[in-house]
Design a protein around this ligand. Sequence first.
Ligand code: SF4
Length: 385
Amino acid sequence: MSDYNLSKAIELKAKEYQFDCVGLCSSKFLDKNIEGYLKKFVKEGRHGSMNWMSQSLEKRINPINLWGDAKTAIILGCNYGPEINPLENISKTHIGNISVYARNKDYHKWIKGRLKNIAGWLVSKIDCDIKVFVDTAPIMEKPLAAQAGIGYIGKHTNLISREYGSWLFLGVILVNKEIIYNNKNKKSNICGSCIKCLDICPTNAFVAPYKLDARKCISYLTIEHKSHIPRQYRTLIGNRIYGCDDCLAVCPWNKYAQKSNNFSFKSREDLIEPTLESLSKLDNKSFRNLFSGSPIKRIGRDRFIRNVLIAIGNSKLEALLPNVLKLLDDESVLVQAASIWALSRINRKIFKKEKNKRIQFICNTDLIEEWYLSGSDLTSCIKND
Ligand code: SF4
């Protein structure tokens, strides 16, 4: 089979396995700019507590640092474009907003199985070795996808495809053979003078175009950050309980994006607008049942309830007071601290009463601090009222 026919056959095979787009590029190097961005990102500590980023920096910079024999990277994308604009959820304070990608099954499993099948087919066609990756190894999928012609990197640091906007799950196959391909993308500034994604970010996480501070990003804070949510971001988080899609959803390129017709990635009905009321009642068992097979399961019940409580505090809904009071006695300190904060936002009188009743019996310094700091936030709220 000629190289041209081979790259065509790869495209057809990818379609057969329900991938929406595929591109090939050399795995010998990544754009020098990307290397510079990544090194600066880590040097400036903008990766926060994601230590795996700094630990695997050299491997991440270039696929051949990960696997010395790699010659070609095949990047495959699967469209998960939502039917409803995710920004519509943000003003509904009684619900918890879950990032679109997490409203159904964990995509890693779906993609990895198919990558393995395509890789097996490829090995049978040409004598080669392969490795497959889905967001679990130190490999820069998005810049590779841009290099392979699937899309462009926008100012929000995410991939933009002309057909699918920013809603693409990506998988990578590395091959130890050079495969000739026809790369369609011309280098271009796809954003022009637009800065919508930088403007909409609730926490101002973009230091500059193409420059994200993950420590401020709501996706990082609600998913990766394991401890208490820093106070300065709590009100800005609003009702976002798992991730944030604002910078993706506002991008004008999504106007032309096709909706996903992949049943595995359609939002589950019960995860489009789950009420904070019902979510706050989840214990370990019901959390595991509700999120079985979902990426949300990874963060565990306590971190998830922490996020729900931040959203409850922001809702200021008195109706949720019983749920918050119950969680003051939760086994998890993370949950207790978030419920103290939520209580301070919902009812000042009851907050003071509970603080006076409990403070003398508390030994945990985080909780003592939470009662006092949430109390002083209260004083400044009262002064500003
Ligand atoms: S919102 Fe505008 S600036 Fe941001 S990625 Fe989209 S086009 Fe680029």
